[in-house]
Design a protein around this ligand. Sequence first.
Ligand code: HEM
Length: 501
Amino acid sequence: MLLGSDLSLLYVAAGVILLYIIVQVYKDRHLRSIPAVGYTIPILNWVTCIQYIFQARELIREGYEKHQSTGVFRIAAHDGWLIIVANPQLVEDVRRAPDDTLNFTEAVMRSVQLKYTIGNDIADRTYHVDVVRNALTRNLNTRFDDIRDEIQVAFDEEIGAGDNWKELPAIETIQRIVSRVSNRLFVGMPLCRNRAWVQLNIDYTTDVAIGAMVLNIVPTLFKPLVSWSLTKLKAQRQLANKLVGPIIAQRLHDLEEHGEKWSDRPNDLITWLVEACPPELREVPLITNRLLVVEFGAIHTSSMTFSNVIYNLVSNEEWIRMLREEVEHVVAIEGWSKIALAKMHRVDSFILETQRVHTIGMLNLQRWTMKPFTFSNGIRVPAGYQIISAAEMLQIDPAHHGGRATEFNPWRWSDMRAKDAGSLKHQMVATNSTLLHFGHGRHACPGRFFAAYELKGMLAHLLLEYDVRFKEGERRPSNMEFGPTIVPPQVQLEFKKRRDS
Ligand code: HEM
């Protein structure tokens, strides 16, 4: 039997719950015009939050298919309502919206839990974005030979196969190659080959990503503790400072001493960051952190994309033959050059098709509403919500990509290019409202020109120099998924050096 004090405790608890529900319903009243998938009633919608962690695709697909007429729907996620855009015209609304209304940085700050992972100093001034967009992309031609050299050496050392088949874990091997090749451009020799530096950049990216996922579901009060106990980010930053700090300090010194007349400046990301850095931020740990944030944007995305590319490649021998034929033909005429990579239309198409069908994120184009935002169809989203696009669904929708949109057709884009000569819109660096693998608009990935260069260079090199296959009797296993994040599975691959290469 309940005693009087137990009974009053029960009343208090029921009162608190009721109050919580009333406050939430009142808060969400402006969202009523946006249809929801899953539960909308506060507390009950925690069921949907959990479902979103383990079955995000089912929820997103349901919303996408049911709410095409509205073009937008919402799902209760662990960090609040997600307003998901399902229609290309509304994606264009998001693309066109100014930063003071739909803000990319604010959305990233929240989803990556910047304060507890990378650090808020990154978001205050985003000069690294311009550096990647301008100096880094501009220098791809002049640094071509270095990147090509690193691709050769990294494949030799990380794969190191001879005449016999050699078994290697795909993801780890690819991560190390990508980290080395990217770092040849970012920090140059010899640091790009330093084992500790290469591994640090892989681990840092993983730790930020995992840390952010967990921190997103932890109450604010416990976030510092969770960040400290769950991730090794602080130690990783210290190691980064130890490894790259002296180089940055020297560059700062050289810039101070020579200014504009610094003629023999190394042509790499460290120099470009040091030069672009506002004077008040010219401190070694801050620039190290800035470098790490570019590594974070570059290494994981490129490694996961390349893993998907290889898994598709080894699934079909005819595809390997056709790609090899193109690479051999182009290299015989052009040699290894940026122009040669530009002429590899099948290689480009294969990677783009992989990104379309085997994307690494179900949702993309995240923005935070700084002010109320009204879509062109009249749907209104109040300030303080996350708007994001149903990238994967848009990319495999027959309405936008033809009857066989869900199928992987490696020559989809090279065939279109052949019919539509000169058009840039079928290349992997192109973005549009139904191809969101690099985002779209003002914040579309500024590193995509380098990514294309690197991925195409690595794929072409692999095709000419190696035979690669799954282990006997194995096929591509399913991807791993956590919320909307998709991670290609760990697989053992077998490599053999080609005799006639
Ligand atoms: C296959 C590889 C890559 C993929 C799939 C990818 C994807 C993306 C996506 C989806 C965005 C957000 C765009 C938006 O919401 O409109 C983005 C932003 C960004 N990416 Fe990439 N990325 C890749 C490689 C790289 C590389 C190699 C770098 C650096 C060299 C880089 C640097 C950045 C930066 C700095 C931003 C932020 C842009 C801004 O603040 O405006 N990414 N990337």
